[in-house]
Design a binder for this molecule. Structure first.
Ligand code: HEM
Length: 228
């Protein structure tokens, strides 16, 4: 007989806002760069940097299960998790599992590197760039060129990581029958009544403050660059 489940709020609104905001920004940034819509590209880039900055702060001070030290476990735990991937069993996780956690870190680092390299990148030949990130004129021409190359190459690595991430999410559905997507949309997951472990969620007002801090940081960097 299947054990009774109870609905548990596993992802607060801030994690979900970050996730789907980041997905939208990656899509808009990619297609705006392809079509040369630079103002849109800069706007989505600044928004993405704000969201990533916010998620790092939320990973330090936010809801219990969104904090890095709650879900980051050592490589042994991650490999053990992968080893039992094919074993059926109910989903009792209220945060990222140990293997998924490493994927989350890879995605966050790639998103941050993509955004930061964009701040120093240029889209021109020569040093008087007509299209450039706000810090392109603050660094040497050689650094700006390196950042431009990194920005152009890293997007392919990021898209590959996203592909692996999405395939993993669907593999959990197909192989283990665990639906991870609905919780990332609604915040709620059905957890077995014997393992409810509802995580302690941070006060929503803290999210407003941390988002404002991240937005201020990005605005400040942009303003710095405009003065150059
Ligand atoms: C540009 C595309 C994407 C990026 C950059 C991305 C990035 C991320 C990141 C950073 C996290 C960790 C969330 C957090 O802890 O704050 C995450 C989790 C998650 N993502 Fe994505 N994602 C992308 C696309 C998708 C898509 C298309 C889906 C759905 C099909 C999806 C489903 C999920 C789910 C279900 C989780 C939670 C996994 C778990 O329960 O451990 N993602 N994603």
């Amino acid at each position: 007989m299947r054990e009774k489940t109870v609905p548990v709020k596993v992802w607060d609104g801030w994690v979900r806002l970050f996730h789907w905001g980041a997905v939208s920004c990656v899509l808009v940034s990619y297609f705006s760069a392809k079509s040369g819509a630079w103002n849109l590209h800069y706007g989505s880039g600044y928004l993405l940097l704000t969201l990533v900055g916010f998620r790092i702060l939320w990973g330090l001070f936010g809801s219990e299960n969104a904090r890095f030290w709650t879900f980051l476990r050592g490589p042994v735990a991650a490999f053990r998790q992968l080893g039992k991937f094919r074993q059926p069993g109910p989903d009792t996780e209220t945060t990222h599992n140990p293997a998924g956690a490493w994927m989350v870190v890879v995605l966050l680092v790639l998103l941050a590197m993509q955004g930061v390299s964009g701040l120093m990148a240029n889209h021109d030949v020569g040093f008087t760039y007509s299209q450039h990130g706000p810090l392109a004129n603050w660094v040497s021409e050689a650094t700006s060129e390196r950042m431009t190359n990194l920005h152009a190459t890293l997007i392919n690595v990021l898209l590959l990581a996203v592909l692996v991430h999405v395939l993993a999410v669907f593999a959990y559905r197909l192989v283990k029958g665990h639906d991870l997507v609905v919780p990332m949309v609604t915040g709620m997951k059905a957890i077995q009544a014997s393992h409810p472990k509802a995580p302690r969620l941070a006060h929503p007002a803290l999210g407003v403050v941390l988002l404002a801090v991240a937005a201020f940081g990005v605005w400040y960097v942009r303003r710095l660059g405009m003065g150059a």
